[in-house]
Design a protein around this ligand. Sequence first.
Ligand code: ADP
Length: 377
Amino acid sequence: MSVRVGVVGGGQLARMMIAPAVELGIDLRVLAEQDGMAAALAATAVGDYREVETVLAFARDVDVVTFDHEHVPQPVLRALVDAGVAVHPGPDALQYAQDKLRMRARLDELGMPQPDWAAVSDVDGLQQFIEAHGGAAVVKTPRGGYDGKGVRVVRAGTEAADWFTALAEDANPGALLVEELVPFRRELAQQVARAPRGEMVAYPVVETVQRDGVCAEALAPAPHASARLVEVAREIGEAIAEGLGVTGMLAVELFETEDERILVNELAMRPHNSGHWSQDGAVTGQFEQHLRAVLDLPLGAPDPRHPWSVMVNILGGPAEGEVTDRLPAALAEHPGVKVHTYGKAPRPGRKVGHVTATGADLDDVCYDARAVAAHFA
Ligand code: ADP
């Protein structure tokens, strides 16, 4: 009987595990939030990932449980582990991807380079931090943020008053995370795959370009990166994967400063938008690698197949009709560019697909990827 992997969450990351699962002969099951989601092509159950009984019932029929997102509550994760289910990444690691305050505290313990940060529980505390850091700071809700939601640049403590009010109404009032506003030169992402038995492989560090808090493009490997920067990014990725006991794919989002220092922004313990290029541009794509890692199979080579790969997200999609309506024109634009669509309805700002171009000349590769992606606007 084939190996069964259960993915909690039915979004595009689960969807993109389907093709490599088919290739390897892995039976992929998905627990989706609702019918008709991006991953509905796999054997799909529908249920609430916050309910212990629902997730336990889903886990009964699989060999390992993994995730499309980081929102499964700790008590549900612990119940799975207590029931003897193999969960990768496990709750001990996932807590640091679920809570940015915990992540900052733990990364300090591991000696990782980070922006200056603090936990603040009121407007006055935030104001003090801002004044001590040149008059501006970045406030973040520790839990539940994504794509820039839950991140605010502020110049006065009062600018986060609504968040502090919401915090005070919480059953377990916590704190907000505040960080120095890093004057970064660019953003990078380092991915590492780690198997339960400890084997690790690192992908080349990539440059990510964000617009309005959302990843718009990824350039692999990061252009103009010195050998030292590449090495430091890899060391940080591996130290975090090992230090936190991550299993599966880990993405470490990084800031590169003008003086070529690297600071950790945040973590994702699953395949990540910054690694989509690897499907078409690396020997082993991140979705296959994630399956290999959570199943404790030997990991695949992460090496690029081409000098450059550029991934451009399709954000929003066409104003009228479906994303796939645009395929004929997009595919005709360039026969070497790969298009991935997620089966999602167009909506402003929504990630509905991406394209990846590869080649030997970075300018040409960027041009090709953007030209094909433009057909979906
Ligand atoms: P999310 O969880 O929503 O992805 P992030 O913590 O990654 O939130 O922040 C989103 C974006 O906000 C980052 O990609 C970066 O562009 C900007 N940002 C976040 N923290 C800082 C910081 N300390 N200094 C400067 N910019 C930041």
